[in-house]
Ligand binder design. Structure first.
Ligand code: AMP
Length: 283
């Protein structure tokens, strides 16, 4: 595996690979890699000739007072893990080169980026779409792999790719979980041992929703109340939202109708904010 830090070098590399006819796959990450990230690398490995994993803690997607400064970082371990998972090129740009003084241009997907996560983190998705667009122009990928863990992000990037006619195939890979069901996340390290135990309630509440729908329950409020009770019993300090939406459009649904529904939630344990979701088929 080769590590590239300069934007220009990555671009000429990508250009050369394209000239040779290589299919480039990209996996954007903020590092502190875990098996969720590595599953995306493995998926890219299957689909592409050259896998570029990007590692960049993107300041523009963090709001004031969020965890940008203390976001966990371990680039040396990330290099080992990325290489072992099948990365050919690890792209780790410097913040000063990605956002030099005088940076003024942002990419914004309207509507989708103001609901759920966007309502609690108003500038978050603008930062995400901006950095992903930049990474696409730097890595010049034919395909890109994102995780369903960040379902709204995946929907927004799909919309951006469509709206901006980007010639990039998106693959959305399933959520990788710990053995007790907690979705893997770099932010899980913030949890105290007690909070870590209680955090299984996120998945438990999503499974509760799945079971309820399977049993024929179609009332959103009834299911939401049951989910919130599970979360409260796990001593979450806040439930930011438990949302029932159409997958893809994130349009809020009043009733659970076929063919499927996405249940997404965000909770806090102290300062730590965790998100999770499930897509439930409805017959
Ligand atoms: P992050 O480093 O948190 O920005 O995540 C980078 C990519 O990995 C995003 O596409 C995430 O959706 C994806 N990802 C993060 N956690 C998981 C997980 N547990 N399972 C699958 N994909 C994940």
């Amino acid at each position: 595996m080769e590590t590239v830090t300069r934007i220009g070098e990555m671009q000429s590399h990508a250009e050369e690979l394209r000239r040779k006819g290589a299919m480039i796959g990209v996996v954007p990450t903020m590092g502190y890699l875990h098996d969720g990230h590595l599953s995306l690398v493995a998926r890219a490995r299957k689909e592409a000739d050259v896998v570029v994993t990007t590692l960049f803690v993107n300041p523009t997607q963090f709001g004031p007072g969020e965890d940008f400064e203390r976001y966990p970082r371990d680039p040396e371990n990330d290099e080992r893990l990325a290489s072992r998972a099948g990365t050919d090129i690890l792209f780790m740009p410097a913040t000063e080169e990605m956002y030099p003084a005088g940076f003024k241009t942002y990419v914004l997907t309207e509507g989708l980026s103001t609901v759920l996560e966007g309502a609690f983190r108003p500038t978050h998705f603008r930062g995400v779409t901006t950095v992903v667009m930049k990474l696409f122009h730097i890595v010049k990928p034919h395909l890109a792999v994102f995780g369903q863990k960040d379902a709204q992000q995946a929907a927004i990037i799909s919309q951006m790719v469509k709206d901006m006619n980007l010639d990039i195939r998106l693959i959305i890979a399933p959520i990788v979980r710990e053995s007790d069901g907690l979705a893997m996340s770099s932010r899980n390290v913030y949890l105290s041992p007690e909070e870590r135990k209680n955090a299984v309630a996120l998945f438990r509440s999503l499974r509760f929703a799945e079971d309820a729908v399977r049993r024929g329950e179609r009332r959103v409020e009834t299911i939401r109340n049951g989910m919130e009770e599970i979360l409260r019993n796990a001593h979450v300090s806040a439930v930011d939202y438990v949302a029932f939406v159409r997958p893809g459009t994130f349009e809020v649904v009043e009733r659970i109708d076929p063919p499927d529904i996405l249940v997404a939630l965000a909770v806090r344990f102290g300062k730590t904010r965790l998100i999770d979701n499930i897509v439930i088929p409805v017959s």
